[in-house]
Design a protein around this ligand. Structure first.
Ligand SMILES: Cc1cc2nc3c(=O)[nH]c(=O)nc-3n(C[C@H](O)[C@H](O)[C@H](O)COP(=O)(O)OP(=O)(O)OC[C@H]3O[C@@H](n4cnc5c(N)ncnc54)[C@H](O)[C@@H]3O)c2cc1C
Length: 441
């Protein structure tokens, strides 16, 4: 096979490029952003926010980039296990999950290591260009139009680069759908849920105020009706550069703002580790905010026509409520789906339906979990799935049992960490154990 092009060189695009390098002679990643030494870039402003990598995402990272965990830790990231990783629900600390590990690192740091590893692959190169359109022939995509970043936005000019396969990794606001419509194709049907979430992240100097803690995460649960009445939702991570990264989140009128004093006041209403950082550590720099209005996924399998030679990954495919930390893990699992599809030696003259089916199965698990949890928020107005009330009743009880029992928590967190499908929570023996836990305490 010849050339593959990935449009977008952020986390999703880099993972896709790694996979494509096993299947194509030449892989070009088109990315207009010059990501500087700070690793931030301009077009993915969510990079400023604290990013947690779920266990499954970490497993995939190490699978595709062996040794990267050691490399990250040697450069200053922290790796937590056992009691270093603390999850609080309604202010109560949950039992640690045996064997679970979590990285403490900022998103730019993680991504810069990923980029370095991808750039070291001999048949991958990153081109500082903006994709401006697609070239179609005989029902398929055969190339990408590209311009240098300083030419006008959205122009369909520039050079044309031929490709046997093209991947859209241009993020949540990908222009792909507009390009498709312009050439007579339909947009993929979209599922959406308006959640109106606000995020704010700040950095603090890190000493030994929290011992070996790497992650502390706190969220409201059934006891507080999922509202921030007893404790504020938030999280901290010990990250490279001897810093704490602290994030606060809130919905609708409770969105956190950029004011430093208000951020500190709010941290003091969080669980103990976050309060302690507010009291003992110096805040560095400004508070960065981000507003996330809607979870959204595109469902290509509901289309009847789609051009061949084209796939979509990362946020361009699905972008879900970030409080559940699923985005990076989803991008890596979609890259796995791409690998499985390409290994099946498909005809690239046919649409990549098999890829979309595999990727959508992964997205579906994340979507089920995040939207079911979001529907517990009073300001979220649906759409409600059939049987929602009964599902919520069971989910509330399971969540409560996960605080009281380590075995229930292990499976519960397995689903949260995307190591298990949500279906794992419907196993009869598991449900019976959760019921016994609730009845006996
Ligand atoms: C506030 C917030 C917090 C989050 N926290 C977490 C978390 O804790 N854990 C987690 O796993 N996920 C988290 N996420 C989700 C995560 O950020 C995304 O899932 C992830 O960034 C998706 O990567 P991507 O490569 O698909 O898209 P993006 O990271 O958005 O990158 C898109 C890339 O496409 C490029 N691009 C755009 N247009 C063009 C073009 N025309 N041509 C070529 N390139 C183009 C951009 O420059 C950019 O580099 C969070 C998201 C938000 C909003």
């Amino acid at each position: 096979m010849k050339r593959a092009i990935v449009m977008g060189g952020s986390y999703g695009g880099l993972f896709a490029a790694r996979v494509l390098s096993d299947h194509f002679d030449d892989v070009v990643v088109m990315e207009p952003d010059v990501v500087g030494a700070d690793g931030l870039g301009r077009r993915a402003p969510q990079r400023h926010q604290l990013h947690a990598l779920l266990s499954m995402g970490h497993t995939q990272l190490e699978r595709w980039f062996p040794g990267i965990t050691d490399e990250l830790v040697r450069s200053g990231a922290r790796l937590g296990a056992g009691t270093d990783v603390q999850f609080y629900l309604d202010g109560r600390l949950k039992a640690p999950v045996a064997g679970a590990r979590m990285l403490g690192a900022t998103r730019p740091f993680l991504e810069s290591h990923l980029r370095r590893r991808v750039l070291a692959i001999p048949n991958v190169r990153i081109s500082q260009t903006r994709a401006t359109g697609l070239v179609f022939r005989a029902g398929g995509v055969v190339g990408v139009k590209a311009s240098t970043p300083d030419t006008e936005d959205g122009c369909e000019g520039g050079e044309t680069v031929d490709a046997a396969f093209v991947v859209d990794a241009m993020g949540r606001n990908s222009p792909l759908e507009d390009w498709l419509v312009r050439h007579g194709w339909s947009k993929a049907p979209v599922d959406g849920m308006r959640i109106d979430l606000g995020y704010a992240t700040a950095a603090f100097r890190r000493g030994d105020e929290l011992g070996s803690t790497v992650i502390a995460h706190s969220s409201p649960g059934p006891a507080s009706d999922y509202l921030p009445t007893s404790t504020e939702p938030g999280a901290l991570a010990a990250v490279e550069g001897d810093r704490w990264s602290v994030v606060l989140a809130g919905y609708a009128d409770h969105r956190p703002g950029p004011d430093r004093e208000e951020f500190l006041r709010r941290m003091r209403r969080c669980v103990a580790p976050i309060r302690r950082v507010a009291d003992l550590c110096e805040m560095i720099g400004e508070v960065r905010t981000y507003r996330f209005l809607e979870s959204r996924r595109r469902v290509h399998s509901r289309l009847t026509r789609f051009p061949s030679g084209l796939a979509v990954v990362g946020d361009a495919l699905a972008s879900v409520n970030p409080v559940y930390g699923q985005g990076l893990t989803l991008a890596s699992l979609e890259a796995n789906a791409l690998n499985a599809y390409l290994r099946s030696a498909p005809s690239l003259r046919d649409p990549a339906w098999d890829y979309f089916r595999l990727a959508e199965a992964v997205v579906n698990s994340a979507w089920q979990l995040s939207t079911a949890a979001d529907l517990a928020q009073p300001h979220v107005s649906g759409p409600y799935p059939r049987g929602y009330r009964a599902q919520k009743w069971v989910a509330d009880r399971l969540t409560e049992a996960s605080v009281r029992d380590a075995a229930v928590n292990a499976r519960y967190m397995g689903v949260v960490n995307m190591e298990l499908r949500p279906k794992a929570l419907t196993d009869v023996r598991f449900l019976a154990r959760a019921a016994r836990v609730l009845l006996s305490s």
